[in-house]
Design a protein around this ligand. Structure first.
Ligand SMILES: C[S@@+](CC[C@H](N)C(=O)[O-])C[C@H]1O[C@@H](n2cnc3c(N)ncnc32)[C@H](O)[C@@H]1O
Length: 315
C-alpha cells in the first residue's frame, strides 16, 4: 500500500472508534453513523475513554473560541476525515461564518458522496435556497466547504481556501486532529508558518501523540508500521517541549501543550463520573499510559486582543 493510502485509512479507524464510543454512550453524535459503518471488533474501555477525552477536550476549546468571537469567525479543519463537528455545532446554533474541511481528495470524494446521499447531512450544508455546488472532490454550501488538497502542498491549499472564500482578516481557528504526525516535520512547519504569515488573528488546536521515544511510544509506532503506516512527523512528538517548540519556531507568539491525562482531569466531573460508569475498566494503569501518550497543543496569535489567552482547560 502506498504510504498516503495507509494514512488515508487511518481516517476509517478514527471514525469507527468514534462511532463505537458514541454507541456505547460516551457522547452524543447523531451524524457519525451516517459516515462510517459499525466496527466489527470490540474496542476496550481504555480506547473509548481516550476517544471521549479527545473529542470533549477539543470541543471545550472550540466552543470557547466560537463564543468569544460570537461565531464571527472561521474554522478550518485540516485532515478532517469524517469529522462531524460542523453538524454538531450547527445543531447547537454555534456554527461559524464559514467551516472548511480539508483532506486528501480520496477522503473528500467519499465524504461528498455521503453528504449528497444522506438528507440529514445535506440539509445542514445547503444554502437557504437549497443550493450547493458539488463536484467529485469538493463541496461548497452556505457556510460549509469540503475541499480535497494535500496539506504538504501549500499552493494547492491556498488556492482551495481561496475558492472557499476564506477571509484572512477574520478570526480563524485551525484544527488538526491526529494529522501532523503523518507529515514530514518540515512540511508541517511550513504549514504552521504559512498560517501565521497569512492569517491576522488565529488559534490552532493540535491533537496528537507525545512521548513517542519511550517504550509505549515505540509500541504505538510498531503497531502503525505493521499496517504500512509510517509516522514521518514523529520527531515533533517526542516531548511536550518539542510539541510546544514546533509552534514557537513557526511564528506563533504563544503555545501550550497538555498531556491528555491532564486534559482528562479538567473535563466536567459529572460527565467523567457518568462515562466511568459505562464500562468496567480492568486496569487504570493502561488508561493512564494511553492518555500520557497523547496531547492537545494550542497556539495563538491575537494582535487585536480578542482575548485568546482566556481560552484554556481550567475547569
Ligand atoms: C487519523 S485521521 C484523523 C481524521 C480526523 N481528523 C479525526 O480525528 O477524526 C488522519 C487524517 O489526516 C488526513 N491527512 C494526513 N495527511 C494529509 C495530507 N498531507 N493532506 C491531506 N490530508 C491528510 C488523512 O487523510 C486522514 O483523513
Amino acid at each position: 500500500m502506498a504510504s498516503d493510502d495507509a494514512v488515508i485509512s487511518t481516517n476509517d479507524d478514527a471514525s469507527q472508534c468514534k462511532r463505537y464510543a458514541v454507541e456505547k454512550g460516551y457522547w452524543t453524535d447523531p451524524y457519525i453513523s451516517l459516515l462510517t459503518g459499525r466496527p466489527s471488533n470490540i474496542h476496550t474501555p481504555e480506547i473509548n475513554r481516550g476517544y471521549y477525552a479527545r473529542v470533549k477536550g477539543i470541543r471545550l476549546l472550540v466552543e470557547q473560541f466560537l463564543r468569544m468571537t460570537q461565531c464571527e469567525c472561521q474554522i478550518v479543519n485540516l485532515g478532517a476525515g469524517f469529522d462531524t463537528t460542523f453538524w454538531i455545532l450547527k445543531d447547537q446554533n454555534l456554527a461559524p461564518k464559514s467551516f472548511v474541511e480539508v483532506d486528501f481528495p480520496t477522503v473528500t470524494a467519499k465524504k461528498c458522496h455521503f453528504i449528497k446521499s444522506r438528507k440529514s447531512l445535506l440539509q445542514k450544508v445547503a444554502n437557504e435556497d437549497g443550493d450547493i455546488k458539488i463536484d467529485k472532490y469538493d463541496l461548497h454550501g452556505s457556510n460549509y466547504h469540503l475541499v480535497g488538497a494535500n496539506l504538504r502542498n501549500i499552493n494547492e491549499l491556498d488556492a482551495k481556501l481561496k475558492l472557499c472564500g476564506v477571509d484572512r482578516n477574520l478570526p480563524t481557528l485551525f484544527l488538526a486532529e491526529c494529522v501532523l504526525i503523518y507529515m514530514e516535520v518540515n512540511h508541517s512547519a511550513t504549514l504552521l508558518q504559512w498560517i501565521t504569515d497569512n492569517f491576522m488573528s488565529t488559534f490552532f488546536i493540535n491533537y496528537e501523540q507525545v512521548h513517542m521515544s519511550d517504550k509505549f511510544g515505540q509500541i504505538m509506532i510498531d503497531n502503525l508500521k505493521s499496517r504500512q503506516c509510517s509516522l514521518p512527523g514523529v520527531m515533533a512528538c517526542i516531548s511536550v517541549q518539542s510539541q510546544t517548540e514546533r509552534f514557537l519556531n513557526t511564528g506563533w507568539p504563544y503555545a501550550d501543550v497538555l498531556e491528555m491525562n491532564h486534559v482528562y482531569e479538567c473535563l466536567p466531573r459529572a460527565d467523567i463520573h457518568r462515562i466511568e460508569n459505562l464500562e468496567f475498566l480492568d486496569e487504570r494503569e493502561l488508561l493512564d499510559q494511553l492518555l500520557a501518550h497523547y496531547c492537545i497543543g494550542y497556539a495563538y496569535k491575537d494582535p487585536n486582543s480578542i482575548g485568546f489567552h482566556k481560552i484554556n482547560f481550567s475547569p
